[in-house]
Structures are given as C-alpha cells and as structure tokens.
Design a protein. Sequence first.
Lengths: 218, 100
Amino acid sequence: MEITQHESKHLAHHFDDIEQQREASTLGMWVFLMTEVMFLGALFTAYGMYRLLYSEGFAAASMHLNVPLASINTAVLLTSSFMMALAVRAAQTGSRVGQVFFLLLTILFGLAFLGIKGYEYYLEYQEGLVPVTGFTFHYEGGNPGQAKLFYNFYFALTGLHAIHMIVGIGWLLVIAFLALRRRFSPEYYTPVEVAGLYWHFVDIVWVFIFPLLYLLQP
Amino acid sequence: MNQHHVISKAKYLLVYIALLALLGLTVGAAYVELGIWTVAVTLTIAIAKALLIILYFMHARYSGRLVAVAAGAAFVWLGIMISLTLYDYLSRGWLSAPGA
C-alpha cells in the first residue's frame, strides 16, 4: 500500500489527500446552500410579486413592523458572522482558545438575535398581527386582506430564518465542544469551515429579509 | 500541499465595518424620499452586503472555481425564476385580447 505524504488520521480512504477531502466537503456545503437559495428564493419571489400587485396594502402593513429593533438585530447578526469568521481563522491558525472563544461569541450573538426577534414577535402578537389559527388577526388600516397576506409572508420568512438560526446554534455548540476537545488543527478544520459557511448563509438570508420586509415603506 | 489562504484579522475587521456602514446606509436611505429608485438602491445595498459576506467571510474569493460555479449557479437560477415570474405578471394586461 502506497503511503503518501498526505497520509493523515483524518483522511477518509476514498480521497486522494486531505486537500481533496476538504474541497469535496466545502463543495458539498455550497451545493446544499444552493438548494436553500432556491427554497427561500421561491418565497422571496412570491413575496416580491405580491408586493408589486398589492403595493399599497403591503406598504401600509409593513409600517407596523419595528424598524429600530430590526436594525439593531441586523447589526447583532453581522457581528455574529464576524465572530464566526474569526473562529474559522482561529482554527486555521491552530488556536484552540481562539476557536472556543469566538464560537461562543458567535452563539451568544445568535441567541441575542433570537431574543430580540422573539420580543418583536411578542409586540406583534400584542398588536394582533399574527395571522395564525387560534389568534385573532386585528388590523385597523385599509386592505386588511392584503395586510394579512403580508404578515403571512413576514412570519413564514422570519420564522424559517429563526429555525435555521436555532439549527445553526445547536451545530455550533457541537463544533465548540469538539474544538475544546482539540479535534481540529490547521491541517484539519473542515467541520469548522463548513459550519461557518452555513452560519454566514443564514446571515445573508437576513440581509435580504431586513430591507425587503422592513424598509420598503412608502 | 496547497496552503490555505488565511485572511488577516485587519481585513475581516474592514469587511465587518463595511457591512455595518452599508447597514447604516440602507436604514438611512429608507428615510429619504427616493421615489422609484427606492427598490433599486435598497436591493443594490443588500447585494453588496451579500457579496462581501460571500467573498470574504465565506472565502469564495480564495476557493476554487468549482465553488464559484456552485455559488454562481444558485443566483443565476434564482434570477431566472424571479425575472420570468415578473415577466409574466407585469406584462399581463399590456395587450387586450378580443372578448376579454
């Protein structure tokens, strides 16, 4: 059996070398993210269409969203992504303390985002803007039907985003635990990198949700 | 072995500051009367932010061409979905069919 210089305890037998293995994993994550783009893109497309068809009702309905809270939340999520980038960098440079520290900060900012988002949901619930069976949808302005549709899109998009965040936080907790157990090195840090790709993608989704839902006011 | 490109902390910080600046810009633009340009300005800023995240935080700039093709394909297909849908809905009613 030929022993190559890339022989490593992390190398699975069906790869030539660790570099090819890393590329395959990264590409796999990108392909998964492509499917996410199409999945969420369909919702964005539908939202965009109704925004054009019912522009008045949608614009009026969006006035009830809390722009200051969502702006702060966007900054919180961008900070979380920044921390994630630094965590991957710490893995590349072999700093165990750096990895755990920045991963925990990433998770912390992610939790802060969910907390603020939850508070926003609570405010909307108090205003009676939750169009879900069991709750009464109460809307004073004109075009209540269009407003209800707007809030359906709002809760679908932000809710799916929040679910992705919760999944991401669980995933990062596992990665942080593994980093603590010295499982990653500059030679092998693919799990940190791949988790980072997912986390940044979730950030990008919010980068589109925020302006398209909150900011396009008349 | 191919050495991985490690981006400096200063560069990450610069990207982060740029992202926050773009956030400030898009929130500020929402309070300015831009008329028909509102959507264009808002979307341009959002795409700029997404590009910064993809190229630097997600290392797409330093990854192979295969990653570029995968990431590009997603947005090309998204573009087809959005433009063909718009094309349908926006052009309805442009021509009046006899008897309609």
